[in-house]
Every structure is written in C-alpha cells, then in structure tokens.
Write a protein of this length. Structure first.
Length: 121
C-alpha cells in the first residue's frame, strides 16, 4: 500500500513540476497568442505569435537553449517596460524596448532571431 501511495504522490509531483516548467519559460511550447498569461512576457519563434514560445516574468536572464536566438514576436503583458538583449544575463546589444501591454507581431530585422534575455528597464 505504501508503494501505491508513493507512486500517486510521484505522479502528482511530476504534473506540478511540468506545469511550473512551462510557466517559468524553461521549456518552450507551441501555443496561440491567447495562451500568454497576464503579468508575463511571452516570446515566439515565428511572426504573429505563432510557433514555439517561452513565458517569463519581468526579468529572464536566459531564454534557454531551445529558444535562444529564435524570437520573432513579443507580447509584454506586464506593467513594466521591457528591454530585450542579445546575450544571456542582459549582455550584448540592446535589441528592443517594449512598453507595458505592447506587442510586436514581428520584431524586425535588427532583433529577429537574436534575443537571449530580457529585463525591466
């Protein structure tokens, strides 16, 4: 009986962890733009909020290896202005600044497929 309870607890813990990973931006998922939660920053690898995406908060020091240098569209659903950077840990060139609540269906040639991190600015 103990092993059955342990197995159920493990399954529940695994489901909670999977949900947390998607919401924190560690793993990209394919989603519609309406899947971007409020008070979040979402980036997609295709224009018009399509394809794989990452969700993060006001600060995200690294978008992760799967999404690194792949961003083409952005939606800033936070109350802060967000600066997007070329390298992780907010390094390299400042590529884009997006106002609170603003979105860009296409970040343009200067930032396309170059974003690795963002933070409030």
């Amino acid at each position: 009986m103990k092993s059955k309870k342990s197995t159920v607890a493990s399954v529940i813990a695994g489901a909670c962890l999977t949900t947390a990973v998607v919401l924190t931006g560690a793993t990209p998922a394919s989603a519609d733009y309406r899947d971007c939660p409020g008070n979040s920053v979402c980036v997609w690898d295709n224009s018009n909020y399509d394809g794989a995406f990452v969700v993060g908060g006001v600060n995200l020091a690294n978008v992760g290896s799967t999404m690194n240098d792949r961003t083409t569209s952005i939606w800033n659903r936070t109350g802060s202005q967000i600066c997007f950077y070329q390298h992780s840990n907010y390094g390299g060139e400042l590529l884009a600044i997006v106002a609170p609540g603003d979105s860009r269906p296409n970040v343009g040639d200067a930032a396309n497929d170059r974003i690795s991190s963002w933070r409030g600015c």
